[in-house]
Design a protein around this ligand. Structure first.
Ligand code: CTP
Ligand code: MG
Length: 250
């Protein structure tokens, strides 16, 4: 990492339980190739010369454990900080953002659950923000046709409402990149609205920027930046990692 002041900081929300992955440790602490997902994700960010500080939002009851785990993998440096995360992803990001030094002008937000993001994606997102965008998301085209449905409370067959044109759809990944003041402002607004019993939390930060009328642009993501959500994703991640390790051996 580069300690010069013009580099970006990254927030890594890692406080989720990973319920869809099944029983076990919090998802960020589950292992891939013998190394916790969180460690993979922090290393992926640290590999980028655009990133100078990584702030991890740990499970609120697991801060000491995360600090020890990062230290065990050589990540107990001044460039990596750990804070207690929150009850939602949105809250975890806000708590991480709160400790980023005032002079940092670009912030990336990267899911701990995307351990294999290539450094090229991190660099491209940071470069797009440096290039003038206020909010940048990496995304990939969809393989499947998507239908909007009317979910049924009893779990019965769901009536289809319509089929959006797939050519205009993108599956969004992280890291997402922001002008720091833009990200801070939308999180502050969302918090104020929540206090008034307002809108539900969003599942990505760009969604907040959109909610408050900001402009978000998409840059190419990467198929290996997929999110580990369900057990099959972990199988795929192990295969990708094994392939990388094999090709690094040559
Ligand atoms: N996250 C977080 N704080 C929360 C909830 C989620 O920091 N209160 C983080 C997760 O640790 C993960 C990222 O947000 O790195 C994306 O969330 P998701 O994939 O939904 O992870 P989990 O919430 O852990 O999984 P699940 O929804 O299956 O419980
Ligand atoms: Mg979740």
């Amino acid at each position: 990492m580069n300690a010069a002041p013009a580099v970006a900081a990254a927030v890594v929300p890692a406080a989720g339980r990973g319920e869809r992955l099944g029983p076990g440790a919090p998802k960020a602490l589950r292992e891939l190739g013998g190394v916790p997902l969180l460690v993979h994700a922090v290393r992926a960010l640290a590999r980028s010369r655009a990133v100078g500080l990584v702030v991890v939002a740990a499970p609120p009851d697991g801060v000491a454990e995360v600090v020890a785990l990062l230290a065990g993998h050589g990540l107990d440096t001044a460039d990596v900080r750990v804070v207690a995360g929150g009850a939602t992803r949105q809250e975890s990001v806000r708590l991480g953002l709160a400790v980023i030094p005032a002079e940092v002008d670009v912030v990336l937000v990267h899911d701990a659950a995307r351990p294999l993001v290539p450094v090229e994606v991190v660099d491209a997102v940071a470069a797009a923000v440096r290039g003038g965008a206020q909010a940048v998301v990496p995304a990939v085209p969809l393989a499947d046709t998507v239908k909007r449905v009317e979910p049924q409370a009893g779990g019965g067959p769901e009536p289809v409402l319509d089929t959006p044109d797939r050519a205009t759809l993108r599956a969004v990944q992280t890291p997402q990149g922001f002008r720091r003041e833009v990200l801070a402002e939308v999180h502050a607004k969302a918090l104020a609205e929540e206090a008034g019993g307002g809108l539900p939390p969003v599942t990505d930060d760009a969604g907040l920027v959109e909610r408050y009328g900001g402009r978000v642009v998409v840059v190419p993501g990467h198929e290996e930046a997929f999110k580990v959500t369900r057990p099959l994703d972990l199988v795929l991640a192990e295969a990708v990692l094994a392939r990388r390790r094999a090709s690094d051996g040559f």
